[in-house]
Design a binder for this molecule. Structure first.
Ligand code: SF4
Length: 288
């Protein structure tokens, strides 16, 4: 399978331009997201069609509340991630690869299973789908041929050029807007800057995709009134006031197991700020 969006550099290095990390991978090394490797100066896909997780979910679980409600979506995750979030709920698949525990799921098989399970759509979720760009494009094309909808559940860090490649076959961009403050992305997600997330989300809107945004609010990290206000205003201005905003409760997990769950009052405050910004659909998540 031919890797996309990479170039060869001097000394047999290769550079990937699928996400804003724009990794330079030395010969013999695997990318930080685990999805590709440099073999003798050639970029090689490391995880194509290797699924870590498969499930049939209600679309609302993604969460997606305003796109084909009541339907079942065939949900697939791979291995690795371009972020290293300290609170990742799926760290066992996003920060590791255990080939012997996964499934071989070629695009044809994925779509066949989706139809067999009476799903109306497919989504790539559980880990970051963009690092699996080649696989998601191949399976999205087949999904569209069969009349299924397609959705990315994404951290939004893919480059605009990567989004443009899958855009003709992608209906939904369910994007995490983790924080308006770059320091959060550095400290919590391990990347240099989150600015690209906002650029790409805006581009998804320009491309006409259905967008729903999620902010998981972590006490002391991204729960300031200023940050939540900035996020709400940015969504209203750039994605539109009709864009659903899911503000979800954090629970201690992985490397952030020393922080208390988000107080419900904080979610309500975010809701109030969202309304002040003009957002029409704000949903409080993880509260039951
Ligand atoms: S997709 Fe992976 S290899 Fe490519 S730039 Fe992002 S982190 Fe690096």
């Amino acid at each position: 399978m031919q890797p996309l969006l990479y170039k060869k550099l001097d000394n047999n290095n290769v550079q990937c331009n699928i996400c804003y990390n724009r990794c330079i991978i030395a010969p013999g090394k695997v990318s930080r997201c685990l999805s590709r490797k440099n073999v003798d100066g050639e970029m090689v896909l490391n995880t194509y069609a290797m699924a870590s997780s498969i499930a049939v979910d209600p679309i609302e679980k993604k969460p997606l509340y305003q796109f084909h409600p009541g339907t079942k979506v065939f949900s697939v995750g791979g291995w690795g991630c371009n972020f290293q979030c300290k609170h990742c709920q799926n760290w066992h698949i996003s920060q590791d690869m255990q080939e012997n525990k996964g499934y071989c799921l070629p695009p044809e098989k994925m779509i066949e299973l989706a139809i067999e399970h009476k799903c109306e759509g497919v989504c790539w979720t559980y880990n970051e789908p963009a690092i699996w760009l080649e696989y998601t494009i191949d399976s999205a094309k087949l999904a569209k041929e069969k009349g299924l909808y397609t959705a990315y559940v994404t951290n939004g860090f893919m480059t605009i050029e990567a989004l443009d490649l899958i855009a003709p076959y992608l209906d939904v961009f369910r994007v995490d807007l983790k924080s308006f403050d770059d320091e959060f992305y550095r400290e919590i997600s391990g990347i240099k800057s989150g600015k690209g997330v906002f650029e790409t989300a805006r581009h998804a809107k320009e491309l006409g995709m259905h967008i729903e945004a999620v902010t998981n609010i972590i006490p002391t990290k991204n729960d300031s009134e200023e940050n939540l206000k900035n996020l709400a205003e940015w969504i209203a201005e750039n994605l539109g006031k009709d864009t659903p905003w899911h503000v979800t409760r954090f629970f201690p997990n992985y490397k952030l197991d020393n922080i208390e769950p988000t107080p419900i009052e904080t979610l309500k405050k975010a809701e109030e700020l969202g309304k002040q910004a003009g957002l029409k659909y704000i949903y409080l998540g993880n509260i039951k």
